[in-house]
Design a binder for this molecule. Structure first.
Ligand code: ATP
Ligand code: MG
Ligand code: MG
Length: 551
C-alpha cells in the first residue's frame, strides 16, 4: 500500500491529539449565505469534512449569517445542496450563527465587566484615523477610559435602540500601539437598525465577524477552525476573544492558501456581473466554476475530490491549471461510462448495395476497457449519418478517412468503400455514397485485408436528433482573464457553440439530468439538467478526449 505523507494541517492535528490538547476532532465549513459556492469552497468543504472523517470526528455546516445587510436566504438551500452533493456529511450538524446572538451579547457584557471593552462615540472615519498605520502607532480614543458602569449602561441602551446607526460602537480594549493593526481596539459590535432573516427585529446591534466567528467556533466545540490565509493576521484577535470570553477548550485557527484556477472567473463580483449582463445563463451556466455549474457541466463529486487531493494543502499561494480539473473528470469517467456514437456535424452516407428498408442489429461493447458495462445492440441500415469532416473530396496526405475510392471501417459494423458523392449548387457535399462488404462484419474475425481509418456513425432513421453544446473557456486565454486597463473581463466570443442538428444513438430513453457518456472520438458529454427533455435531448460537452496535460 502507498504511504501518503500527511499535509501540514494533519501534522498539527496529530500533535494536538498526542499532547492531549484535544481528545477528538471537530471541524466546520462556515459559508456566508450571500452567493453560490464555487470550486474554492469545494476545497474548504472537502478539506474540513475529510479531516473530520479521517480522525473519526464531527463536521459542522454553519451558516455565518451575522451580517443582516448582505445575506439572502435563497442561498441557504443551494449551499446545502452543494455540500451534500460533494458528499460532505454534516448529518444533523447544521447550525446558524444568528442563533448565538444571545451568547455573543453575553460575551460582550463579560468583556465590559472585565474592563476589556468600551463604548466609543468616534465616527467610522475618526476610528480609522485614530488607528494609525503600519509604521505609526494608533491614538487612544477619548472614550477609552469610560467606567465599567457607564459602558454597561451605554451598551444596553445601544441594544435597546436608543442610538442611531453609526453613532456608537463597542470596541475591544487591547493595544493601540500593537504592530498588528487588527489588535488596535477593533470594533466588535455596531448599531444597525435592520431586520434579520432569522431574528427579525429583536436586535439592532450586530457583532463584527472577528468577534462573532471565534465565539461560533467555541460554542460548537470546534477544535480546528480552518480558514484561508487572509485571516492569518486576525488570529491574535481570534485567540484574544476566545481567551477573554473564557472558553475552554479553545478552538484553534489554522490557515491554508486559497485555491486559484487559471483561465477561469472565480470572483463572486465578476460572476454576478456576468449573470446580470446576461452573458451567462445564470449561476449554474456550465462555463462557470460554481459548484452548481460544475455539476450541470457533468463534473462528478469524485472528480472534484480527486482534483482537490491533487492540489494538496499548503500555505503558499499558487494557481492550478484548469487542465488538471479536466484530467480528473476524464480519469473518473473513463471506465465508468458507456462509449456511444454521436454525430456532431452530420452528413448522410448511403450504402448503395445495402437492401432498402432492411435493418440489422449489431452488437457493441459499451466500454471495451470495462466489460462489466456489458453490450448493446445498435441498428444498422442503408442510410447513415457520419461526421462531415470524415469525408473529403480531395484528401491531404495522411488522411485515412473517406474519400472517393477509399475504404474505411465503420465502427462496430462493416468496411465501406466510398464510390461517389452529391453536391448542392454551391458545391457543398450533401450525400456520400459507398458500398459495404458483408464479409467484413465486425465480430466475425475478418482478417482478409486491413484499413487505416475507423469512423463512427449512426443509423439515420433510428438516431435521435439532439442539441449539443460545446464549450471553451469563458475568457480569452491569450489576453489573460482580466483586462489590465479597466479590470474588465477579456471574454472569449466562442465560449459557447450550440449545435442543434446532431444525431445520437437512440438509447437515452432512461437517461436523466447530469447522466454522462463518452461519445467516441468527440469527448465526454452529459445531459443538461435544465434544458434537456426526453423529446429534445440537450447535451453539454464536459471535456474533449485529448489533452496535453501530464501529471
Ligand atoms: P468569496 O470571496 O469567493 O466570496 P468568501 O471567503 O467570501 O469567498 P465565505 O462564504 O466566507 O466566502 O467562505 C466560506 C469558507 O470557504 C471560508 O472558510 C473561506 O475561507 C473558504 N474559501 C473561500 N474561497 C476559497 C478558496 N478559493 N479556496 C479555499 N477556500 C476558500
Ligand atoms: Mg468570507
Ligand atoms: Mg464572501
Amino acid at each position: 500500500e502507498e504511504t501518503v505523507s500527511k499535509n501540514f494541517i494533519e501534522q498539527e492535528i496529530d500533535k494536538d491529539l498526542a499532547e492531549g490538547v484535544y481528545t477528538e476532532v471537530c471541524t466546520r465549513f462556515p459559508p456566508e449565505p450571500n452567493g453560490y459556492l464555487h470550486i474554492g469552497h469545494a476545497k474548504s468543504i472537502l478539506l474540513n469534512s475529510g479531516l473530520a472523517k479521517e480522525y473519526g470526528g464531527t463536521f459542522h455546516l454553519r451558516f455565518d449569517d451575522t451580517n443582516p445587510m448582505k445575506e439572502d436566504m435563497e442561498f441557504v438551500e443551494s449551499i446545502k445542496e452543494d455540500v451534500q452533493w460533494l458528499g460532505a456529511d454534516y448529518k444533523d450538524h447544521l447550525y446558524f450563527a444568528s442563533n448565538y446572538f444571545d451568547t455573543m451579547y453575553e460575551c460582550a457584557v463579560k468583556l465590559i465587566k472585565k474592563g476589556k471593552a468600551y463604548v466609543c462615540d468616534l465616527s467610522a472615519d475618526e476610528i480609522r484615523e485614530y488607528r494609525g498605520t503600519l509604521t505609526e502607532p494608533g491614538k487612544n480614543s477619548p472614550y477609552r477610559d469610560r467606567s465599567v458602569e457607564e459602558n454597561l449602561d451605554l451598551f444596553e441602551r445601544m441594544k435597546n435602540g436608543e442610538f442611531e446607526d453609526g453613532t456608537k460602537v463597542l470596541r475591544a480594549k487591547i493595544d493601540m500601539a500593537s504592530p498588528n493593526i487588527n489588535m488596535r481596539d477593533p470594533v466588535i459590535y455596531r448599531v444597525a437598525h435592520m431586520t434579520h432573516h432569522n431574528t427579525g427585529d429583536k436586535w439592532c446591534i450586530y457583532p463584527m465577524y472577528d468577534f462573532a466567528h471565534p465565539i461560533e467556533d467555541a460554542v460548537e466545540h470546534i477544535t480546528h477552525s480552518i480558514c484561508t490565509l487572509e485571516f492569518e493576521d486576525h488570529r491574535p484577535l481570534y485567540d484574544w476573544v476566545v481567551k477573554e470570553c473564557e472558553f475552554d477548550p479553545a478552538p484553534r485557527q489554522i490557515e491554508f492558501s486559497k485555491l486559484y484556477l487559471t483561465n477561469v472567473v472565480t470572483g463572486k463580483r465578476y460572476i454576478k456581473k456576468l449573470v446580470q449582463d446576461g452573458i451567462v445563463d445564470g449561476w449554474d451556466d456550465p462555463r462557470l466554476v460554481s459548484i452548481a455549474a460544475l455539476r450541470r457541466r457533468g463534473f462528478t463529486p469524485e472528480s472534484l475530490k480527486m482534483f482537490i487531493e491533487l492540489c494538496g494543502v499548503s500555505k503558499s499561494q499558487s494557481s492550478v491549471d484548469y487542465a488538471m480539473l479536466e484530467y480528473c473528470i476524464r480519469e473518473d469517467l473513463k471506465l465508468k461510462r458507456p462509449r456511444m456514437m454521436a454525430v456532431l456535424d452530420p452528413i448522410k452516407l448511403v450504402i448503395d448495395n445495402y437492401p432498402e428498408g432492411e435493418v440489422e442489429y449489431l452488437e457493441a461493447d459499451n466500454n471495451l476497457e470495462n466489460p462489466e458495462l456489458g453490450k448493446r445492440q445498435i441498428p444498422f441500415c442503408k442510410e447513415l449519418y457520419i461526421e462531415r469532416d470524415d469525408f473529403m473530396i480531395e484528401p491531404p496526405k495522411k488522411y485515412f478517412r473517406l474519400f472517393p475510392g477509399n475504404e474505411v471501417r465503420l465502427m462496430n459494423a462493416y468496411f465501406v468503400t466510398c464510390t461517389s458523392y452529391e453536391t448542392d449548387e454551391d458545391g457543398n457535399v450533401t450525400v456520400v455514397h459507398a458500398t459495404y462488404d458483408p464479409e467484413t462484419k465486425c465480430g466475425t474475425g475478418f482478417t482478409g485485408r486491413k484499413v487505416k481509418g475507423t469512423i463512427h456513425w449512426v443509423a439515420a432513421p433510428y438516431a435521435k436528433q439532439a442539441e449539443i453544446r460545446l464549450y471553451e473557456n469563458l475568457v480569452d486565454e491569450e489576453k489573460g482573464v482580466y483586462n489590465k486597463e479597466d479590470g474588465s473581463l477579456n471574454l472569449n466570443p466562442h465560449s459557447l457553440e450550440i449545435r442543434k442538428n446532431c444525431y445520437v444513438e437512440d438509447s437515452f430513453a432512461e437517461a436523466k439530468g447530469c447522466d454522462s457518456f463518452q461519445f467516441v472520438r468527440n469527448g465526454y458529454f452529459c445531459i443538461d439538467s435544465k434544458d434537456s427533455t426526453p423529446e429534445n435531448l440537450v447535451f453539454n460537452r464536459i471535456v474533449s478526449l485529448k489533452s496535453s496535460f501530464k501529471l
